[in-house]
Design a protein. Sequence first.
Length: 404
Amino acid sequence: TGSVIIVGAGHAGFQLAASLRQAGFAERIALINDEGHLPYQRPPLSKAYLKGTGGPESLMFRPDKFYQDNKIELITDRAHAIDRNARKVALASGASLDYGHLVFATGARNRLLDIPNAKLDAVRYLRILDESQALRDLIAPGMRVVVIGAGFIGLEFAATARAKGLEVDVVELASRVMARAVTAEISEFSQSRHSAAGIRIHLGVQVTAIEADGGKVTGVSLSNGTHIPADLVVVGVGVLPNVELAAEAGLPVASGIIVDEHLLTADPNVSAIGDCALYTSKRFGGSLRLESVQNATDHARCVASRLTGKTEVYDGLPWFWSDQGPDKLQMAGLTTGYDRVVVRGDRAQGAFSAFCYRGDKLLGIESINRAGDHMFGRRLLGAGGSITPEQAADASFDLKSALA
Ligand code: FAD
């Protein structure tokens, strides 16, 4: 294989370097890292880290010594251009690296708002450690924040901000929260919990402008004519995959860097993994680009296997979690295309799961405070299994019996 050069040191890039060494890969591994921190975990940025008092080191996957001990070169720089004929990566600093195999693990970046005053200092985003740190230092009881977007990150931030005593409004264009990702059962439950915590949720409306006075944010205007006063605006309206470097190198990209079922691009010396990769899914048929820790780490492990001689088709089962206030949402499988939802558990008690079916086939399980259902789903769906809607609905049906 020769040297493996990994562009991006997030969840996917870090895991690939670690898994390669674990599998006995003996050649050069360089991890190009354009953030000024050791590789770290992103999920706590909108959860525990934002809420807590721990320092950045609490987020790091491994201490500095790990990289030295494992001869993983962490290069603080930005990959600037790829020459695929010469197999070279040019870095922003002017340095250049030769590769035997190149891996794009470039992740995604925030989609920016394009409305009046969106560039003011009090308009914030939440993707990287520095942004989370700045928000953590900024938010204080009594402050008024408008969160734009009721997706996972918007709602996680909203719940944390509310718990810290802020006045919180959430504005969402869709008619329910997390509409793209979860069933109406979960949306409704989540919405009622956030409302009960004192968060005001505005659905079916758009923020048309951020109002400011002398550069200081004073509020937002909505498409229905409403004005919400605010000191701070936090935007969570999705991400864009970082595909430009690959595209400039002449690799096919669409809504991600296009890779096959082995996570290889059109160039046999170049792979792409994690949030930036649009991969051919054997499990689901068609192309998928997912944004999750599971996807990033399982992609990384698959490529590490291939580069150490065990080529296998990528077939990871998607799973995901989101902590919002006191509630833990977990998802197993992909529920796209469901036509029937069976609820198991007790919605009133705040512990239930939505089993999503197409016909009689179980596609996925969304759980609220039901970790057992979630783990069951990962095992069952991972093995290609299913249970009938009647079994799912029957509280006396023993899920474990379906795993035997
Ligand atoms: P990233 O982690 O984005 O890493 C890519 C890295 O590449 C970045 O450091 C980027 O700066 C760098 N890079 C890009 N271009 C270059 C270049 N040219 N040169 C050098 N470096 C470059 N997922 C879950 O499953 N559960 C959760 O609860 C959850 N919560 C989240 C909360 C927040 C606030 C965020 C932002 C994400 C959350 N996610 C969660 C999603 C998860 O973090 C991502 O799916 C995961 O980080 C993807 O890993 P990645 O390595 O593909 O990309």
